[in-house]
Ligand binder design. Structure first.
Ligand SMILES: [Zn+2]
Length: 352
């Protein structure tokens, strides 16, 4: 599929853009005819010495595009004389370097990319057909592999922020990929906890947690090879973790048919979120994958998705306890959340 169904081009300021198509035979040769200043990101990494934790300072992002009108969306295809980030008049999936990246440039290193899931501005990930899910999985896998090979990159983080309630600045269906030049602290801590478990008790800690959760009362949905559950100690009102039943460290470790099953279950969970309340739920979602060059036995692939919406008209905010002390307070019993999500799958507007 890597021939006709994939094409890399350069944008006017030198950034790389790659088209991933559902199949061959699409013309993606259009050139970017915009007059853009040279791409020169200037982020800085600063170490908080008290917590031994990296902070990214990206002051150039202050003036990035914020909630543009639909007819000024930079992620729609270029059409009708309007030139956007995507030169072609239509596309399936594209990835490209973020024009306003949090990472990148000589001082910080790393790279930030945008992933557009569809050229339909008003659509959403939850509405993508199976064929497109496969193309998204192919793009995520390709970028995980390629970004892991960049000098200095230590962790590739695939994620989506959806909804202006949680700060997404563009409504067009899209996610992002951050290639960090360090292992983020939560990832490093999880690896350390898994290492301790392996030394003391043997085996993979996340695999043990998955087995325990499958036997518990918080499973939301299960397919032949994957399970989605609300974890016992969920931090967010509605939080779901999706795990393979076998041990796998990263998305590229999964076979194509396994990826298809994972993506379909993820879409199913998003539809359940939509079925919870009378309006679309804002959400954050991400892939947990192995750090670059890390111990693959310690990392365990999972997808995590959560919404800060705790009731139809209420959002959870990260206040002093969460932001200041790092102690989450969840207002919804995880068992209730799991039950509501199970019901949402059978009766909600997004039911399949
Ligand atoms: Zn758009």
């Amino acid at each position: 599929m890597d021939g006709d169904a994939q094409r890399a081009v350069r944008l006017a300021d030198g950034r790389e853009l790659i088209y991933f198509d559902d199949g061959p035979g699409h013309d993606r040769s259009a050139r970017d005819r915009r007059d853009l200043p040279p791409f020169a990101p200037s982020s800085q990494l600063r170490l908080d010495p008290l917590l031994d934790e990296w902070v990214i300072v990206a002051a150039h992002r202050q003036h990035r595009t914020n909630l543009p009108a639909a007819d000024a969306c930079p992620l729609c295809p270029s059409a009708g004389g309007r030139r956007t980030e995507i030169p072609a008049p239509g596309y399936h999936v594209v990835t490209f370097e973020n024009r306003y990246p949090s990472l990148g440039g000589p001082p910080a290193g790393g790279r930030c990319e945008v992933v557009c899931f569809t050229d339909e501005h008003g659509s959403s990930f939850s509405a993508l057909p199976d064929r497109r899910l496969a193309t998204v999985a192919r793009a995520w896998t390709h970028r995980t592999r390629e970004l892991s090979r960049l000098p200095g990159v230590r962790y590739v983080f695939v994620f989506e922020n959806r909804g202006d309630e949680i700060g997404a600045t563009l409504q067009h269906p899209h996610g992002q990929i951050y290639a960090y030049p360090f292992v983020p602290s939560r990832v490093a801590r999880a690896a350390e906890v898994a290492r301790r478990y392996r030394e003391e008790r043997g085996g993979c800690l996340p695999c043990a947690v998955v087995a325990a959760e499958r036997a518990g009362g918080r499973v939301v949905a299960e397919t032949g090879r994957f399970v989605a559950f609300v974890p016992e100690a969920a931090r967010w009102p509605f939080e779901v973790h999706i795990h393979p039943l076998r041990h796998a460290a990263s998305l590229p470790d999964l076979a194509e048919d396994e990826q298809a099953e994972l993506m379909a279950l993820y879409r199913d969970v998003l539809r359940r979120f939509e079925g919870l309340f009378e309006r679309p739920a804002p959400y954050m979602a991400h892939l947990d994958q192995a750090p670059v060059g890390g111990d693959a036995g310690l990392a365990h692939l999972s997808m995590r998705v959560f919404t800060p919406r705790r009731a139809a008209d209420k959002l959870k905010y990260l206040a002093a306890s969460e932001s200041g002390a790092g102690a989450f307070i969840n207002d919804v019993l995880p068992e209730d959340a799991a039950r509501m999500l199970r019901v949402a799958g059978s009766s909600g507007p997004g039911a399949v």
